[in-house]
Design a protein around this ligand. Structure first.
Ligand code: CU
Length: 187
């Protein structure tokens, strides 16, 4: 069934290619022709990323990963392929700055094509839970820390306890080295 579909697709693609062969140079793989947001654009937080290619995208093993300036992933759910496009939903974005949408698609000719677009988010999603505090932000724009900010605080707390424990251990060792307790060292 899948093979038959592939043959049909191949025939359709071949037919289309032959029809425009005189006017357009042939190409082997799908190429990214446009995107929303556009590559290099500065935009308010998008809720969806869509990439358009010059040929059909095969709906197999496709990936569209959105990474924020904080290193976190913001794509949500599976990417959706429709004809020449692939799209993925984007979570509420809590930080402004440079984002990357990296894709891996399967080209109409069955070959994988990878690449990425970059865009700058100029305004966070209204109501988005803030991530790490941006010290460069104006105080008026700094929102209340939400529930998820408890996690970094917790991590910092655990880190402090570990540092304290290691420090205490080091002091204890130094002390015991200075005045060895009975049975601590062999004669
Ligand atoms: Cu190819």
């Amino acid at each position: 069934m899948a093979r038959k579909l592939r043959l049909h697709l191949a025939a359709a693609v071949l037919g289309a290619a032959l029809a425009v062969l005189a006017a357009v140079p042939a190409h082997a793989h799908d190429q990214l022709v446009s995107s929303s947001p556009a590559d290099g654009a500065a935009v308010p937080a998008p809720r969806r990323i869509e990439l358009a290619f010059d040929d059909v995208v095969l709906d197999r093993y496709d990936q569209l990963v959105v990474t924020g300036p904080d290193g976190r992933r913001y794509d949500r759910g599976e990417p959706r392929v429709v004809d020449n496009t692939i799209a993925v939903d984007v979570a509420p974005l809590p930080v402004t700055g440079g984002y990357v949408a990296a894709f891996r698609i399967v080209s109409a000719d069955g070959h994988p094509v990878t690449g990425q677009i970059r865009f700058t988010v100029t305004a966070v999603t209204p109501g988005a839970t803030p991530g790490p505090v941006d010290t460069g932000a104006s105080p008026a724009a700094a929102p209340d820390p939400g529930p998820s900010s408890a996690l970094p605080l917790l991590a910092a707390g655990v880190g402090a306890v570990v540092v304290l424990a290691v420090g205490t251990e080091a002091v204890r060792r130094r002390r015991s080295r200075g005045a060895p307790a009975a049975g601590d060292e062999h004669p």
